[in-house]
Design a protein around this ligand. Structure first.
Ligand SMILES: Nc1ncnc2c1ncn2[C@@H]1O[C@H](COP(=O)(O)OP(=O)(O)O)[C@@H](O)[C@H]1O
Ligand SMILES: [Mg+2]
Length: 620
């Protein structure tokens, strides 16, 4: 922060008493008194000309007095407002190329200056006690209130919404979601907390559009009304799938050594399945992580031999298997696996195409010390169990051949191509671990699809992806979505309570800064956390705040005590500060926010709460 002083500027304290009123009252009452006296005494016309001049002199201050009074009235703030879908449609019709954020005004030097004046003079004492949360005067600073829009072009890339719990993030999100649905974009809504109103709004907007079939949801608590969605559908490589699942145990950084082994094991399993033309699934992962890879190794080797080995491989291995099985403590599966492995190794030099990296990986896993492997995989088994059993298991590992289950099986590609609206409720409040795992898997699947669209296909459908309480479900694979999403037609809106939560979710503060630095637009609602306030303030342009410093002094000397010297000085001080003072962010009322959009344009905005009943109108 730099400070300079100057006396060259004209400066007016906006909170000085409105002296103009005294002048107006004095001059006008004088004029009225003189006019009455003149009438009483029958004064000549020239007398009234003087009276008129006095009245005009009194009236000259009226505009300034009215400006100051209007400003004070605005500073009393505004109430929460409610809006209907028709209101939103009307706002969209005015600017079809933009997203309506609410009503407000541009926040520039003058507004920052006024806010600084108010804070300096303690707003609580200047404005009557107010039971509402935050400081309502903040929205009164703007002289004119108008609709604030974010051009759709500028929304491509990411928008970050930060705000403490209860500040109105999800209510703002409802407005944004309603607009994305009405614009016919494919919408994917991830809601860790399972906000009932958010779910109802997304569904109701589709219905109001005359397209209730656009809406679909995945929600453990409403399993019967859910669609089924496989989070293992899209992947670029077996390593990517393995990382997707291994990350579920890697959120706790102390497990890094474990998660490395988990990743390797899962990759080996996925490779084996893919080699046989089978799709890796959460159930298959659980089966081979928990029970060992013996069965998978046997099937993969048999499949491989059938392709590359001469037909007598079966008789050769049968003899070997019998002799191994005769040894004590060897299970039939182990005997078969060992016999197959021996044949695989022996025939590598003689049979063309026998050597296979996938089989080598499986053999490595099969021969790894079992007790050691079990210790390293122990953390993966419970989470895989939770994801593959009960209602959630049916939703996330759909069995296509089950004729009794009529629920649709969808995947992100179909959702996007058909411009559906998918609500994913993670139910994190009742089970944070499962909610986080589910969110992380689904986002990784979506990220992989985004990668495909970005690399090979090009964006053809606009995709609006909304992630509420992002700290609950963002993990490493999701970062790809953040990085490549834009090129794949995604606009991501990410909501978080604090910067620290987000940094913890992505692994480190520098990483979080890098990701958030890529966010084109930043919306900040009430923020209590100091670090987050500072983060936001750092990311807005700077401005100059002026204040007057006054000093006076008097001195005398002991030889002639009655000789005084005195001094009075006044100087204008200028400080370079962020356009939004960090502390101001802690004072925002519900549903009010600062928006730093379109490359550094800062607005102060208030948004209404969407009510889906018809004709609800706007009310205080
Ligand atoms: N129907 C309503 N009437 C009045 N206030 C409401 C209503 N719905 C929400 N709010 C206000 O919105 C706030 C919650 O908004 P919400 O979007 O759920 O917050 P966040 O998602 O940031 O935790 C509440 O504090 C409440 O003041
Ligand atoms: Mg919320």
């Amino acid at each position: 922060m730099s400070v300079s002083t100057s006396t060259d500027y004209e400066y007016q304290d906006p909170f000085r008493p409105i002296y103009e009123v005294y002048s107006i009252v004095g001059w006008l009452s004088g004029a009225v008194g003189l006019a009455l006296a003149g009438a009483w005494h029958g004064a000549p016309g020239s007398y009234y000309a003087a009276v008129g001049a006095a009245a005009v002199w009194g009236l000259r201050d009226v505009p300034e007095a009215m400006r100051l009074m209007a400003q004070r009235k605005r500073l009393a703030g505004r109430s929460l407002t409610f809006g209907s879908l028709s209101d939103i449609k009307a706002k969209m019709a005015q600017r079809p190329d933009a997203i309506w954020l609410g009503v407000g005004f541009r926040w520039g030097q003058a507004e920052a200056q006024l806010a600084s004046e108010i804070k300096r003079r303690s707003p609580q004492r200047m404005i009557a006690d107010d039971p509402r949360k935050g400081q309502p005067w903040l929205h009164g600073i703007g002289a004119v209130e108008e609709d604030v829009y974010l051009p759709i072009d500028h929304a491509r890339g990411h928008t970050l919404i930060v705000g403490t719990t209860g500040s109105g993030k999800t209510r703002l999100l409802e407005n944004l979601i309603a607009q994305a649905i009405l614009r016919n974009e494919a919408c994917i809504i991830i809601d860790p907390k399972g906000d009932k109103e958010l779910l109802a709004t997304a569904r109701a907007v589709c219905a109001a559009q005359g397209r209730p079939d656009r809406f679909a949801m995945v929600h453990k608590a409403f399993a019967q009304q859910s669609i089924r969605l496989d989070p293992m559908k899209n992947f670029a490589s077996s390593a990517q799938l393995a990382t997707r699942v291994a990350t579920l145990v890697a959120r706790d950084k102390s497990l890094d050594a474990f998660s490395g082994f988990c990743q390797k094991t899962l990759k080996v399993i996925a490779d084996g399945l893919l080699m046989m033309g089978k799709k890796p699934s959460l159930r298959a992962f659980l089966q081979y992580v928990e029970g060992g890879v013996d069965g998978l190794l046997i099937r993969t080797l048999a499949y491989h031999f059938s392709l590359v080995a001469p037909p007598q491989w079966q008789s050769t291995t049968t003899d070997a298997r019998r002799s191994i099985a005769a040894k004590p403590g060897v299970t039939p599966d182990q005997a078969t696996a060992k016999a197959y492995v021996a044949y695989y190794r022996e025939s590598q030099d003689t049979v063309q195409g026998m050597k296979s990296a996938v089989i080598d990986g499986l053999i490595g896993q099969f021969e790894h010390d079992r007790t050691h492997a079990a210790k390293l995989l122990v953390s993966l088994i419970p989470i895989l169990h939770m994801l593959t059993t009960g209602d959630l298991g049916e939703l996330l590992s759909p069995i296509e051949s089950d004729p009794t289950d009529q629920r649709d099986i969808l995947d992100f590609r179909r959702i996007i191509e058909n411009r559906r609206v998918l609500y994913i409720g993670l139910d994190s409040l009742s089970d944070p671990m499962v909610g986080t795992a589910m969110g992380s898997l689904l986002l990784a699947d979506l990220a992989s699809l985004a990668g495909d669209i970005y690399n090979y296909e090009g964006a053809s459908v606009p995709i609006a992806c909304f992630i509420d309480e992002a700290a609950e479900c963002i993990s490493d694979p999701t970062i790809a979505l953040l990085n490549k999403g834009r090129g794949a037609g995604f606009s991501l809106t990410i909501l978080t309570q604090t910067f620290a939560d987000f940094a913890a979710a992505v692994g480190s503060e520098p990483k979080a800064r890098m990701i958030l630095g890529n966010a084109n637009n930043l919306i900040c609602q009430r923020i209590k956390d100091g670090d987050t306030q500072r983060y936001v303030a750092e990311n807005v342009p700077e401005t100059v705040i002026r204040s007057v410093a006054r000093s006076q002094g008097a001195s005398n000397n002991s030889i002639s005590p009655i000789a005084f010297t005195g001094s009075v000085s006044e100087s204008l001080k200028e400080e370079t500060c962020p356009l939004i003072d960090p502390a101001t962010l802690g004072c925002l009322p519900d549903l009010e926010f600062f928006a730093n959009i379109s490359g550094g344009h800062v607005y102060k905005v208030a948004t209404p709460i969407l009510r889906m009943e018809p004709n609800c109108g706007t009310q205080a």
